[in-house]
Design a protein around this ligand. Structure first.
Ligand SMILES: *[C@@H]1O[C@H](CO)[C@@H](O)[C@H](O)[C@H]1NC(C)=O
Length: 119
């Protein structure tokens, strides 16, 4: 099966599931959309994050000067885990390095990730 189609399906489900939570975290929508092009890399497809993944992460990063905002991004990702499924956390850590310096580090993604530890 075409992995692009699978990922598109996953994302559509993701947006539907997260919709009720969006009022509490207004940026959730944008966060998930930003991560969309990164999902294939995070799921061990290919060897480097795509350009659109890096571009999105950089933009997202610039919008998160406040710790509270980074926390809510973490919470968005945590909510999305049941749909995203398992990701390669080596690659999660690697995305900021691969995409450029001075980026906000994404904490390891797991169902019990503690968003209070976001720095
Ligand atoms: C996770 O990604 C790293 C870096 O690409 C790779 O070396 C490693 O084999 C991957 N781990 C798994 C469990 O697929």
């Amino acid at each position: 099966m075409n992995s692009k189609i699978i990922i598109a399906c996953v994302l559509m489900n993701l947006l539907l599931v997260l919709r009720p939570a969006m009022s509490a975290a207004p940026s959730c929508d944008a966060v998930i959309t930003s991560f969309a092009p990164c999902l294939s890399y995070l799921k061990n497809v290919g060897y480097v994050p795509s350009t659109s993944c890096c571009d999105n992460i950089k933009v997202l990063d610039q919008r998160l000067p406040e710790k509270q905002d980074r926390k809510s991004v973490c919470q968005c990702i945590k909510l999305a885990i049941p749909i995203i499924g398992t990701v390669n956390n080596t690659r999660v850590q690697d995305v900021s390095n691969s995409c450029g310096s001075n980026l906000y580090e994404i904490p390891p993604i797991s169902p019990d990730m503690n968003c209070d530890n976001v720095v």
